[in-house]
Design a protein around this ligand. Structure first.
Ligand SMILES: Cc1cc2nc3c(=O)[nH]c(=O)nc-3n(C[C@H](O)[C@H](O)[C@H](O)COP(=O)(O)OP(=O)(O)OC[C@H]3O[C@@H](n4cnc5c(N)ncnc54)[C@H](O)[C@@H]3O)c2cc1C
Ligand code: SF4
Length: 447
């Protein structure tokens, strides 16, 4: 343990420079050519492949693996991008152990699936590094579509709309495009500026312009967009954060996990980022795991995750939970925050109450434990930041039908901000693509 780890409070520079470099390098180093061939050879090229059914974007997985095995990685990349233009990012961040790899017949037979995600990364990296573009912009239609939010859903929609020849203007509240690929996903999953490289790759098709620092609801309204554009796609994710609703929540040292992660993702020097000596993360999803793991990688001595239900209810995958445990994060279940202990205006600890299911309801059982800490990170879910600006909401999200149509004529939505589907990058890509197809059908339908 380095000396810096024992600095009390919230401090930067807890580790030696080499430790930072090691901690924030690629989680899964890419396969080399030989490894890719060996792995591709493990595929049975199943008919009615279950891996393909399990992929939210329905990538033809046996086809692209065969293309790799026959020495055609560019063909493989084209197969992937046909369904999922953000296939490079998804290869890095998809919880494959819950999707395609869980369904792989090799998983059932041997407990060792074909490394589909790694193979996808192998093919897409070759194509993107070589600047290979497989799709041309369609013949110009003269139609203009506004896309709000340049995250995975918006980018995927924009690319497909451009393929159909429509002009796309993307508006994003943040200074950079990419959404949570740029500001949220753990840095060890997507190092080296990949998110920006992917935005450039996707917009490389042409016909797409991005306007940053422009927020729907502040700088312009949905009504204005509907007046000025032929159709609108809303892909603005979930920008708000749930409150802990615990005493002391406003003390110095209580932070939103997504803000901590965004700062980390944008830092040019991670050693300058302050982190607590003892950190408690509240939540059981991917955001909680990422905040906990990255706190540890920044040199926090002790990191505890507290989740109010049991392990089986955690949104974070088994792989993510194991990753956290392997980095020294302690995950505690059946505990909910009751009170942040504050001394001299700063966090000094958190009182957690044990919970249990009683008559189908989660309740505190009155018994508490005090965990000393200098920093509390809130990761108990994101919510829609706006009131929908006129579109009907359901369960706190924008209500959409199977094609992504909202309650307002000419307005579609997809990704995290819309109802249906998991809050995953790959689902956002699928919904953006499918909404774009629906918009195109609507625009080109005979009057
Ligand atoms: C910390 C964290 C880690 C995650 N890790 C993973 C992972 O490993 N794997 C995985 O599959 N998924 C992961 N997810 C989930 C995944 O990132 C999301 O499901 C995905 O990014 C959703 O894409 P989206 O396009 O719907 O929204 P976002 O990616 O949230 O993009 C929305 C965009 O809209 C913009 N915007 C918001 N409001 C407005 C407005 N009013 N006007 C204009 N623009 C606006 C935002 O600036 C943003 O650029 C993670 C999420 C978080 C928070
Ligand atoms: S299920 Fe596994 S073995 Fe079958 S096609 Fe998919 S990756 Fe190959």
């Amino acid at each position: 343990m380095g000396e810096g780890m024992r600095k009390d409070g919230i401090a930067a520079g807890r580790l030696a420079p080499a430790d930072y470099a090691r901690n924030f390098s690629d989680l899964h180093p890419p396969l080399d050519r030989h490894e890719a061939f060996v792995e591709a050879d493990r595929c049975y090229f199943c008919f009615d492949a279950p891996c393909m059914t399990a992929c939210p974007t329905s990538i033809d997985i046996p086809m692209f693996i065969r293309e790799i095995s026959t020495g055609n990685p560019l063909g493989a990349a084209e197969t992937i991008f046909e369904q999922n233009i953000l296939g490079g990012m998804c290869a890095r961040v998809c919880p494959t152990e819950q999707l395609c790899e869980e369904a792989c017949v090799r998983m059932e037979a041997e407990g060792k699936p074909v490394k589909i995600g790694q193979l996808q990364r192998y093919a897409t990296d070759i194509a993107m590094d070589g600047g290979a573009q497989f799709f041309a912009r369609g013949v110009e239609t003269g139609k203009r579509i506004a896309v709000v939010g340049a995250g995975p859903a918006g980018l995927s929609a924009a690319h497909r709309l451009s393929m159909h020849g429509h002009d796309v203007v993307m508006f994003d509240a943040r200074p950079k495009a990419g959404g949570l690929n740029e500001y949220g996903i753990a840095s060890y999953k997507t190092p080296g500026g990949f998110a920006q490289a992917e935005v450039d790759y996707v917009t490389g098709i042409g016909g797409i312009s991005i306007v940053n620092d422009k927020t729907l609801g502040q700088d312009f309204s949905l009504t204005e967009l509907r007046d000025q554009y032929d159709a609108v796609f809303l892909g603005m994710g979930l920008g708000g954060v749930n409150a802990l609703r615990a005493e002391g929540e406003t003390a110095e040292g209580v932070v939103n996990a997504v803000d901590f992660i965004a700062e980390l993702r944008q830092a040019s020097d991670v050693s300058a980022l302050p982190v607590g000596r003892r950190v408690v993360v509240i939540g059981g999803g991917m955001t909680a795991i990422d905040a906990a793991v990255q706190s540890k990688l920044l040199g926090a001595e002790q990191v505890t995750m507290a989740y109010r239900r049991g392990k089986e209810s955690m949104n974070a995958s088994e792989f993510e939970q194991d990753l956290a445990a392997s980095k020294g994060v302690s995950i505690r279940h059946w505990m909910a925050p009751k009170r942040v202990v504050v001394q001299y205006g700063k966090v000094a600890g958190i009182e957690l109450e044990y919970t249990a299911m009683v008559d189908g309801r989660l309740v505190g059982i009155g018994e508490t434990v005090l965990v000393e800490c200098d920093q509390v990170m809130k990761a108990i879910g994101q919510v829609l930041a706006s009131d929908g600006d006129g579109v009907v909401l359901a369960g706190g999200k924008i209500e959409v039908d199977a094609e992504g149509r909202t309650s307002v004529d000419g307005v579609w939505a997809g990704g995290d901000c819309a109802t249906g589907g998991d809050d995953l990058t790959v689902t956002a890509v699928a919904e953006g693509r499918d909404a774009a197809e629906s918009i195109n059908r609507w625009l080109t339908a005979a009057p």
